[in-house]
Design a protein around this ligand. Structure first.
Ligand SMILES: *Cc1c(COP(=O)(O)O)cnc(C)c1O
Length: 412
């Protein structure tokens, strides 16, 4: 167990356990099966946890043949990976504007395309740059955002083949599920049925495009339907994706107590003075707020934090940089103590799913809203440097490498 006090100099931070990320990746890999490879999704800076350190950890977790490439959402995200020296394939999923295609060709990414005009434009760009460019074609089986319509595949399939020429390579065909994480498997099975019908209606191509359909939920639940590739995201990062996903927690959110005091009955706290002490109470001020991604509504939603292994309530409204907790049950709490907003402390745990439920959202949004000013601290108890540290008496604050990485990331 990581002692939450490993980082004595920070007001607040996100702790990321790379060993657990690797375990989740190994589990995803087993679910995909030996004949298949993963395309871990690193969009939104690796779901807020830091795309570069995560990509590096995934590279060590998966053998070469099991890591087909990385998935991102924007060209700058792809460029960040390239500039850091990642040579794996990078798939950019949302449609780019046609004006971005030349830059995409320079960066060397694989675009996901959803209409004939985009394929023709890519062919033009490919002949300009004098290089064959691969793309993956999306089929819309119910998500409704992007993709060629599944029921008309025999029509557009031959149009796409006619547009291909020598310049572009139809390398993959995929769809995206809308409900794979929900209790009822029927909508996902129906989308899979539509995908197969569409794929079978396409003109034969050599080599046959790689097929991929599964996000985390469909990978863990249906083994990715046995496709060539699978695209897990949240499961890798420790967020549950549907009934078959039980990942190891990866991210913790921690902040320090910067003030502890006894208050008289009737003392009020926070904007709107929504809470007043009911008797003599002991309050702690924690150096984290909605400016760091802690939802303002968490207090009203019975939000809690862990201090010295005990659960205590958030009182009053969450401010931009601070929140207040009632420490009456933790008489020995003092300034510098660590409050855990997500993660474990002793026997107690606050899961990201609990926080998401209180905030009326999903783990994805909690992670991607973690503020830029929170240092990301990467812990890897399996590495020699960190294995021998006494967690209660750490030699350092945020490690140099993390501080540097964060500085790099904030340059982007
Ligand atoms: C984000 C994304 C995924 C990963 O979804 P998770 O639920 O996080 O596993 C897979 N495919 C596409 C196209 C995505 O955009």
């Amino acid at each position: 167990m990581t002692d939450p006090s490993t980082i004595p100099t920070s007001r607040a931070w996100v702790e990321i356990r790379l060993d657990r990320l690797r375990e989740n990746a190994a589990e995803a890999r087993r679910a995909a099966g030996a004949g298949s490879a993963l395309v871990p999704m690193l969009k939104a800076d690796g779901y807020g946890l830091g795309a570069l350190p995560i990509a590096a950890a995934l590279r060590t977790a998966l053998e070469r043949s099991a890591l087909w490439g990385f998935g991102v959402a924007t060209l700058p995200e792809a460029e960040q990976l390239r500039e850091a020296g990642f040579t794996e394939r990078v798939l950019v999923f949302p449609p780019l504007l046609p004006e971005e295609f030349p830059r995409a060709a320079r960066v060397g990414v694989t675009l996901c395309l959803s209409d004939l005009d985009a394929i023709r434009e890519l062919a033009r760009v490919a002949s300009d740059v004098g290089r064959r460019l691969p793309f993956h074609l999306e089929i819309d089986t119910g998500m409704g955002r992007t993709g060629f319509p599944w029921s008309e595949a025999s029509r557009w399939g031959s149009e796409v083949v006619a547009a291909l020429g020598e310049e572009v390579q139809w390398e993959g065909t995929f769809t995206h599920f809308h409900s794979a994480d929900e209790a009822d498997p029927a909508p996902t099975r129906e989308q899979w049925r539509r995908f197969r019908i569409a794929v079978e209606a396409l003109p034969p191509l050599l080599p046959a495009p790689l097929l991929h359909v599964a996000n985390s939920a469909a990978l863990m639940r249906f083994n990715g339907f046995g496709c060539d590739l699978a695209r897990p995201g949240i499961h890798l990062f420790g967020g549950r994706a549907g009934p078959a996903s039980h990942p190891r927690p990866v991210a913790s959110l921690r902040a320090r107590l910067v003030r502890v005091r006894e208050v008289a009955p009737g003392t009020s706290v926070g904007y709107g003075a929504l809470y007043s002490a009911r008797g003599p109470e002991r309050w702690g001020t924690v150096a984290i707020g909605y400016g760091d991604g802690v939802a303002r509504k968490l207090a009203e939603a019975a939000g809690r934090v862990l201090v010295r292994g005990r659960s205590v309530p958030i009182i009053g409204r969450v401010s931009m940089d601070m929140l207040t907790i009632d420490l009456t049950r933790v008489p020995h709490a003092q300034i510098h103590d660590v409050a855990t907003l997500i993660g474990s402390d002793g026997e107690e745990e606050i899961t990201v799913e609990e926080v998401a439920r209180r905030c009326g959202t999903i783990s994805y949004e909690i992670f991607t809203r973690l503020g830029r000013r929170l240092p990301r601290v990467y812990l890897d108890p399996e590495t020699p440097e960190q294995a021998h540290e006494d967690p209660a008496r750490p030699p350092l604050g945020p490690t140099e490498s993390c501080a540097e990485r964060n500085a790099e990331n904030s340059d982007q």
